[in-house]
Design a binder for this molecule. Structure first.
Ligand code: XIL
Length: 318
């Protein structure tokens, strides 16, 4: 589907951007986001997360997510759903103290089933499970992994999502799995075990929150991407941004151009890498400065929506 619908930069793979509801009032921003010769795909940055979609048990709110879905439809862009279950931005009512394991399973089934079903037929793919691992490859501790265990909670979410929208590609998504290492190995092993068990899994999302000058080599990226696709799944780069320690300098911007080119061309080189999404397109709305103190300028358009050298790196990479 991605390869036929998203006739964007590469002709075969989509290029896309995250966006977020507050920014949709910025008309200059929306104009570029809506250029589907450039962006063939969009992802809601926040409005389909658990805290936004089920803020109280059984009370579902889809207004924010629906606005992003409507924009994708209007623009003729693919849509990625993000996400069903994550330790972060989880509604505060979902706690181990309040519910036993059986009830937590049911809560997870209902959440993923209801949210995925709401958008059934509209999604290219869903990040069903977000960030299940710590950087050392151990299972990230939170209410569902603690109460149910990794395999059980991941399986519950994937099975519910498949039943709710059989056409959507179901992904597990994480960061620091760009090249070989403990965390990538943990993800590979999880996918293998799901495949063996016959659990629905179609893809791994490699977030790609990277640092200028510290991006793995193209060869290392390709080898790792191929280790995933060799399992019979697709991959996508789902949240690419490449940050720097501020201030921007011409040298850093040039290195960033090279680094974007490296990631895009690595995806291009791997048949099963279906597309690349940047985690918003402009530094004006990047999440990086708010989370990584002193860092930023991570995206290919600057604060004034002007293209940076990174943009040329992307175009050359596709
Ligand atoms: C970020 C959003 O961009 C921010 O607006 C929000 O405050 C925090 O979350 N990994 C993910 C994304 O999977 O959901 C995160 O998005 C960035 C890291």
């Amino acid at each position: 589907k991605a390869n036929t619908v998203a006739k964007t930069l590469g002709g075969k793979k989509y290029f896309g951007s995250a966006t977020d509801n507050p920014e949709l009032t910025d008309t200059a921003y929306v104009a570029t986001l809506s250029d589907n010769t450039l962006f063939g795909q969009i992802t809601p940055g926040n409005s389909m997360k658990w805290d936004a979609t089920e803020p109280s048990r059984g009370v579902f709110t889809f207004a924010g997510g629906d606005a992003v879905a409507a924009l994708a439809k209007k623009n003729g862009q693919l849509l990625r759903g993000h996400n069903c279950v994550w330790y972060n931005q989880l509604a505060s009512w979902v706690t181990a103290g309040n519910f036993n394991a059986t009830t937590l399973t049911s809560i997870l089934q209902t959440h993923c089933g209801t949210v995925v079903s709401h958008y059934a037929g509209q999604m290219y793919s869903w990040d069903v499970v977000n960030e299940p691992f710590n950087d050392d490859g151990t299972v990230r501790s939170f209410v569902f992994s603690d109460a149910l265990g990794l395999t059980s909670y991941v399986t519950t979410a994937l099975v519910a999502a498949r039943a709710a929208d059989p056409a959507a590609k179901l992904y597990i998504n994480d960061y620091n799995i760009d090249s070989a290492g403990a965390k990538a190995t943990a993800m590979l092993n999880l996918v293998k075990s799901l495949k063996t068990a016959g659990t629905p899994i179609d893809g791994v999302g490699i977030q790609g929150h990277l640092i200028v000058g510290e991006v793995p080599s193209k060869a290392a990226l390709i080898a790792n991407y191929q280790a995933f696709t060799a399992l019979g799944i697709e991959i996508a780069i789902t949240e690419l941004d490449i940050r720097m320690t501020l201030p921007e300098t011409p040298a850093l911007l040039a290195q960033q151009q090279t680094d974007y080119n490296t990631v895009i061309s690595a995806c291009k080189a791997v048949v099963g890498c279906v597309g690349v999404t940047i985690w918003d397109y402009t530094d004006k709305y990047s999440w990086i400065p708010g989370v990584f103190t002193g860092q930023g300028a991570a995206l290919p358009w600057d604060d004034n929506l002007v293209r940076k050298p990174a943009y040329d790196g992307i175009i050359a990479g596709f």
